[in-house]
Design a protein around this ligand. Structure first.
Ligand code: GDP
Ligand code: MG
Length: 438
């Protein structure tokens, strides 16, 4: 759904300079993605203006580059329109009423909620007051059986309120009551009346409107209407997995000022989670949180004392080679960063897990070399290889392997110097895929 957002971030990471032209381009890309996800046009405009204003602001926080700043500005603004706050599920006895239109996913969600809370120690009971949908009771009964939760209702009774009263009397040993109510094609007065009566009888702590994400920004109207009619504590957006419009639906709830509490991400009862805008965006990007990602990237590069520009200046010798390996290893330990930087192939190849052991060996090998050898590794003859292996407690094959990798690294840097590779990303990418099988 938001998979294109990932491309936008990739574009920022891959850019050589952040200028007005890039910012404009990024904003255009984001607009395209959001509009195709059915996000409200006014909201898209607001977001664009905000990004533009913040990205061009002259004052950068200390230690932050313009590129990092732009990434953060875009990220923060996306989170904002998805509703920044995280919902806290009540892990205490309570009652939940689910409302919503036909087919929005209420019955499935009732089962998902029961499973969610029983995993967290509550004892749920499921009640259906749906007298409209044929076999509504059987459907919920089946779901209840899957998760060992009692289901209450009365398929032969036509009055929803009566069913609720009967069920509440029957329920034993439960401290969480989840009521799955009937839907309609639209919110009409009979539906409002029915929900109001149920609400009065049940006195639920939570009233969740269940919407299907594929309704996109129509969710604004639905959330507003239901909220005015019966008072909502939150929205549960289902089918976030199957819809290209989830961004639209989620941001619609932000406009309607009804927080999204949970999202459904599939048909199975486990496909359900508390909605957390930061986590949601992070997942789309394949990283948990961009703020900490930027921090980690900085640390990795600083710790490894690695600056690609240095490689260009001096002669490329074994010392430089080793530094480069170390940096790759540090960055490699953060698979998500590599993926984020478009280095997914390196992660898949297992290269991201360069072993500590191998690095130690290389260090020992280098320690057994003379200064001259380290500066001119290509002049190392077989007899010297033998001596170096002996001195470092390795075998000749390992010494040769290191020298081979060095050659590959050197070739790459040469190419880089010729300007064939443009920036650090592609440098790292080339480096990672340059046959360095550690
Ligand atoms: P209700 O009429 O509101 O009670 O809706 P149901 O719970 O019967 O669900 C309608 C359809 O949507 C069923 O086929 C469900 O399997 C499907 N469904 C519900 N939630 C999700 C979800 O999060 N993802 C997907 N892919 N399908 C869902
Ligand atoms: Mg139903």
């Amino acid at each position: 759904m938001f998979s294109k957002i990932k491309d936008v971030f990739g574009k920022i990471t891959g850019a050589s300079v952040v200028d007005e032209k890039l910012i404009k381009e990024i904003i255009k890309d984001i607009q395209r993605v959001l509009i195709s996800s059915d996000v409200n046009i006014k909201l898209v405009q607001e977001l664009s203006n905000e990004i533009k204003k913040e990205a061009l602001s002259q004052k950068l926080p200390p230690g932050i580059s313009r590129k990092e700043h732009l990434t953060k500005v875009v990220y923060d603004n996306l989170i904002k329109i998805l509703g920044g706050e995280k919902y806290s599920p009540k892990i205490e006895p309570h009652k939940i009423l689910l409302v919503g239109l036909y087919g929005s996913g209420k019955t499935t969600t009732a089962g998902k909620l029961a499973k969610f809370y029983s995993k967290r120690g509550l004892k749920p009971a499921l009640v259906t007051t749906d007298t409209w949908r044929p076999a509504a009771y059987e459907q919920l009964k089946q779901i209840g059986q899957q998760i060992n939760i009692n289901v209450y209702g009365n398929p032969s009774e036509k009055n929803a309120l009566k069913i609720l009263k009967q069920s509440l009397k029957q329920i034993k040993n439960a401290n969480l009551i989840i009521v799955d109510s009937a839907g309609r094609d639209s919110l009409n007065s009979t539906l409002i009346e029915e929900i109001k009566k149920i609400k009065q009888e049940l006195k639920p702590e939570e009233i969740f409107l269940v919407i299907s994400s594929d309704i996109g920004q129509t969710a604004i109207k639905q959330a507003k209407e239901f909220n005015e009619a019966v008072g909502l504590t939150g929205v549960i957006a289902t089918k976030a997995d199957a819809s290209g419009k989830a961004g639209g639906a989620l941001s619609a709830c932000y406009i309607a000022k009804v927080p999204v509490a949970f999202i459904g991400t599939g048909e199975k009862l486990n496909d359900f989670e508390v909605f957390h805008a930061k986590k949601f965006i992070g997942k789309l990007l394949g990283v948990p949180d961009i703020g900490s990602l930027i921090e980690k990237m900085k640390e990795a590069v600083e710790e490894a004392d690695f600056n690609p520009e240095d490689l260009m200046k001096g002669d490329y010798d074994l010392n430089a080679f080793y530094k480069q390996l170390e940096a790759t290893k540090k960055m490699g330990s953060m698979k998500k960063i590599l993926e984020m930087m478009g280095l997914g192939a390196a992660v898949k190849s297992g290269l991201a897990e360069q072993s500590e052991e191998k690095m130690k060996k290389y260090k020992n090998i280098m320690d057994s070399m003379t200064k001259y050898e380290k500066q001119h590794p290509d002049e190392i003859k077989s007899s010297r290889v033998k001596r170096i292996a002996k001195g470092s407690g390795t075998i000749e094959k390992e010494v040769k392997e290191m020298l081979k990798q060095f050659e590959a690294g050197k070739k790459m840097i040469k190419k880089f110097k010729k300007g064939k590779l443009k920036n650090m990303n592609s440098l790292m990418r080339k480096f990672q895929s340059g046959g360095f099988k550690l």
